[in-house]
Design a protein around this ligand. Structure first.
Ligand SMILES: [Zn+2]
Length: 358
């Protein structure tokens, strides 16, 4: 074993991080000792981060917005939004993970290709705003006080007002983008119809759509108050990749690709949720409290094939907050806050996608 020559890797940046795998650890004896590269050093060379879960044998290499998913012993990688790469599998040698040179070269080429794609313009072409409930479905109801001070507000009215304001702001800023809204009046599109509106938008390869659902909260605890932003629960496994989309890949692999692709959406969704939460914090100041960013399996979010969030603007069941939610000035601040968050997200998204990764 010690007499074997050290294999050589073509790429210059790999020169210092060469490693060999004992033939016994390679799993394939026939071809002899193929060159492999220690994975954390390889990721470092790519300026990428490496996560690995030894319990499941799965890992991810994240470089900017580009995600590569792998599973030890599986000769299949997922690149970005569900692109499949057949290449020799990552191996766990006990002392570390090793990636065979052909896989490293193919992934390195893919990263370069992604950089080239970014050099051409990337944009958020459409934003779908979804005010919750409507028509026969009032959503949460808040009833407070008595006599002249009596207040009754319905979630469907609160969220429609905010959504229309948000749509007007976004349309004024970006006349070239499609700013869509699922309802403009007191009607009730089904949940399927709402999601379909987004999925039906025709997008060029370098274009994305984001989905923002707006709701108001209710609680048996009358003291509960504040706003929060939800994104898709990463544990939820949905069918995003269909069989036709990945020719030549057997059905047993599709659930893995689905999980991988979903994670790409989750990354963007968490980012969008955080930007909106910060936008609301700036716009509202101390008027309402932030309850943070949370994962959830909302129907409307999990069936949307796009970065998706759900904003809860406050509790109609809290007397003080209900009075705020009945105040047009407060609703405008909520619209402004969500708007600022979306603008921050889109600016970052388009700038990041337009510039080469660091
Ligand atoms: Zn709701």
């Amino acid at each position: 074993m010690s007499s074997l020559p050290r294999p050589r890797i073509a790429a210059a940046f790999l020169a210092a991080i060469l490693a060999t795998i004992p033939a016994a650890a390679q799993g394939t004896a026939a071809a002899g000792p193929a060159a492999s590269v220690e994975l954390s050093a390889l990721a470092g060379g790519w300026k990428a981060s490496l996560d690995y879960d030894p319990l499941t044998g799965t890992g991810r290499i994240l470089r900017g917005a580009d995600l590569v998913r792998f599973k030890v012993g599986l000769a299949l990688y997922s690149l970005g939004t569900g692109e499949a790469l057949r290449a020799p599998a990552v191996m766990d040698a006990g002392t570390g993970l090793y990636m065979p040179e052909p896989a490293a070269a193919a992934i390195g080429e893919w990263f370069s290709r992604r950089d080239a794609e970014r050099a051409s313009r990337f944009s958020v072409a459409a934003i779908l705003i979804d005010p919750g409930h409507g028509g026969k479905d009032p959503g949460a109801i808040g009833e407070h006080g008595a006599g002249a001070a009596r207040l009754r507000i319905a979630e469907k009215d609160v969220v429609l007002s905010i959504a229309l304001d948000l749509k007007a702001r976004l349309s004024a800023l970006w006349p070239e983008k499609a700013i869509l809204i699922t309802r403009t009046g007191d009607t009730y599109p089904s949940l399927d119809e709402r999601v379909e509106m987004g999925n039906e938008v025709e997008l060029a390869p370098n274009e994305a759509i984001i989905y923002v659902s707006i709701h108001a909260n209710a609680s048996f605890n009358k003291g509960a108050s504040g706003y929060e932003v939800w994104y898709l629960n990463p544990d939820y496994r949905r069918t995003v990749v269909d069989a036709e989309a990945v020719p030549g890949v057997d059905a047993g692999v599709l659930p893995i690709l689905n999980a991988m692709l979903e994670e790409e959406y989750t990354t963007e969704s968490v980012f969008l949720a955080t930007a909106i939460l910060e936008g609301l914090g700036t716009a509202l100041g101390p008027a309402s409290a932030s309850r943070g960013v949370r994962p959830e399996e909302w129907f409307v979010v999990r069936n949307a094939r796009m970065p998706s969030v759900l904003v809860e603007v406050g509790f109609v069941t809290n007397q003080e907050e209900a009075r705020l939610l009945a105040d047009p000035g407060h609703l405008r601040k909520l619209g402004e806050g969500i708007y600022n968050g979306i603008v921050a997200f889109v600016d970052h998204f388009e700038r990041r996608k337009a510039a080469p990764s660091p």
